[in-house]
Design a protein around this ligand. Structure first.
Ligand code: FES
Length: 106
């Protein structure tokens, strides 16, 4: 079972099962689960619309690559635990992570 906890942009928190989404991006998965994911760049790590904070479980994720880090650098609200959800693939190691969706840049 892969289950994560998601806090949306209004502060609502719920647990989301990801078992049917293995291999897809977390951004697409969250969109499929009804979350507002504007994703202007379509998941190319260019827009930061999918910016989220990893509140727990960050060490279980693959490290961010350069393209992701460069885009996150454009966000004044980026923090040490910021990630782009389009660059995270759903896999077993996501089980138990806790994320907060961040606001859009404009
Ligand atoms: S969807 Fe554009 S950076 Fe993730």
């Amino acid at each position: 079972m892969i289950q994560i906890t998601v806090e949306d942009r209004q502060g609502s928190v719920r647990d989301v099962r990801l078992d049917g989404y293995v291999g897809q991006s977390l951004m697409e998965t969250l969109k499929g689960e009804g979350y507002d994911m504007r994703a202007t760049c379509g998941g190319l790590a260019l827009c930061a619309d999918c910016h989220c904070l990893i509140l727990a479980g960050e060490r279980d994720l693959e490290p961010a690559k350069d393209a992701e880090l460069i885009t996150l650098d454009t966000r004044p609200d980026a923090q040490d635990n910021s990630r782009l959800s389009c660059q995270i693939r759903v896999a077993d190691q996501l089980d138990g992570i806790n994320i907060r969706l961040m606001g859009y840049a404009d």
